[in-house]
Design a protein around this ligand. Structure first.
Ligand SMILES: C[S@@+](CC[C@H](N)C(=O)[O-])C[C@H]1O[C@@H](n2cnc3c(N)ncnc32)[C@H](O)[C@@H]1O
Ligand code: SF4
Ligand code: SF4
Length: 447
């Protein structure tokens, strides 16, 4: 009965649907036509008559911004809403059909979504801050090592697990730090927890590789959802890699890669390219090929400080040359090697129309820090809230920043009017750190 009424209402509302969460007691669908399905499934007027006067102001705001905040909702409507969750219409959901569909499916039709039909969502969780290295380019600000108690860490893990089922999504999680292998005990317990969850289908670890030994790789083999251990390599030999990551780190990381590979676990390389190692890209690809790893990701550095911008940032014309060399190498290797060179990030489409990809930030991914702080992405380090306080469900639907990121019309005109937009959109984190505006065009774009 309930579901039937909800379905009919969904059709009746046809396109202008809003969801209001009333504290913890439940919520209601409503439209600008003022009617609401209350918790007894009755259609009732929601607003006091004076709401009509404010309606224009309210709808103008929504049209301009594509979202409305809790406080503004309270202010304009004088109603006691605890959280306001975005509206659903092509008009208001500009550039965000993915979320549009989610809300229609889950909230209007109240469907039980089958696991196989769920869309993937990615969490990068820096579950500890502690690290054994001090890399020159690292975005980590402090090394004060005040990691959370285990019960709090598991509170975060459970929140991630639960929110996936509430969102009707299925999760991919990368566990990282700091250096995750510093806390092998906790890492294993977390893998064990997620490995058993029906809400998770893929697990990965991001590591510097220096603390990996035979015992730990053998123990990790029992987690069948653990598909990939990504080891950071920032130069093709000890001279170049150790310049970035510290003396002795190259040989340890290479040994780590070999141990993972020998165990049969999936292993890949992450090469973060910047001004000091930009000449090493092809050599690192060759190294990855010789080691027989499955894939290599080449990621641009996000310069987090003025010093990084001066010392490590690569200018667009130079980046263009490097990307062209990598592309040539990729084509060459495709003839005879299994190595995947991952090129699904912004700007790659400038090298070849078939490559690149729009960044998932704000759409299908979130980053969680060691203390529960939630970021859109580790490199776009603007806090959205905390898992342990606001919770992930509320942050995802109410963060103004996330709504801005979802609205492609708010991007700087260079990106907004660019034919490459669907496959690019630029890196929002690099735009933020170099230009001070996360909606600015990508400063490394050579178009
Ligand atoms: C923060 S580390 C954590 C895991 C592990 N300690 C490691 O080094 O791989 C994850 C990845 O982020 C990269 N990284 C660190 N600072 C960066 C920055 N400012 N911009 C882009 N990538 C960065 C590292 O090189 C590494 O590949
Ligand atoms: S090993 Fe990873 S977390 Fe540690 S300093 Fe280097 S990049 Fe940062
Ligand atoms: S203008 Fe923006 S969308 Fe177009 S290629 Fe450059 S960064 Fe990508």
């Amino acid at each position: 009965m309930c579901e039937q009424v909800t379905r009919e209402l969904g059709v009746w509302l046809s396109g202008r649907v809003y969801w209001i969460q009333h504290g913890t007691r439940g919520g209601a669908y409503y439209t600008l036509s003022d009617r609401v399905l209350d918790k007894n499934q009755q259609l009732v007027p929601l607003f006091e008559p004076d709401y009509r006067k404010k309606k224009k102001k309210y709808s103008d705001y929504v049209k301009t911004h594509g979202f409305i905040t809790n406080s503004l909702c309270r202010q304009l409507l004088k109603i006691n809403v605890n959280a306001y969750i975005n509206e659903n219409s092509t008009e208001f959901y500009r550039g965000c059909p993915e979320l549009n569909k989610d809300i229609t499916n889950q909230h209007i039709y109240n469907k039980q979504i089958k696991i196989d039909d769920r869309k993937a969502f990615y969490f990068q969780w820096h579950f500890i801050e502690n690290c054994n290295l001090r890399c020159i380019h690292c975005y980590q600000e402090g090394y004060d090592f005040k990691d959370l108690d285990k019960d709090k860490v598991f509170q975060i893990a459970k929140s991630m697990d639960q929110v996936l089922s509430k969102w009707g999504k299925i999760g991919r999680i990368s566990l990282t730090g700091g250096e995750p292998f510093i806390r092998q005990d906790l890492l294993e317990e977390l893998l064990n927890f997620f490995n058993q969850s029906n809400n998770i289908y893929w697990l990965g670890i991001l590591t510097n590789g220096t603390l990996i030994d035979n015992d730990i790789v053998l123990r990790l083999k029992k987690f069948e959802k653990l598909k990939e251990i990504q080891v950071s390599i920032d130069g093709s030999d000890d001279k170049n890699h150790d310049l970035v990551r510290g003396k002795g780190s190259f040989i340890k990381a290479i040994n780590g890669i070999k141990k993972i590979k020998d165990s049969g676990l999936g292993v890949s390389i992450m090469f973060t390219i910047h001004n000091m190692n930009k000449g090493e890209a092809i050599n690192v690809i060759n190294l990855a090929n010789d080691l027989g790893v499955e894939a290599i990701t080449i990621e641009r550095i996000t310069p987090m400080t003025k010093k990084d911008i001066n010392d490590l940032y690569i200018k667009p014309d130079e980046l263009k040359k490097i990307y062209s060399q990598i592309y040539k190498k990729k084509q060459e290797l495709e003839q005879h090697s299994e190595l995947k060179i991952r090129v699904s990030r912004p700007l790659w489409t400038l090298v070849d129309n078939n490559l690149g990809g729009f960044c998932p930030v704000g759409l299908t991914s979130l980053c969680i820090m060691h203390d529960g702080t939630v970021l859109p992405c580790r490199r776009l380090d603007i806090p959205l809230g905390n898992v342990l306080q606001e919770g992930l469900f509320k942050i995802w639907y109410t963060s103004e920043l996330l709504w801005k990121l979802r609205n492609k019309n708010l991007l700087d005109v260079k990106c907004r009017s660019c034919a490459m937009l669907p496959n690019c959109g630029g890196c929002r984190a690099i735009a933020y750190h170099v230009n001070g505006d996360f909606l600015a065009s990508d400063p490394q774009c050579w178009k």
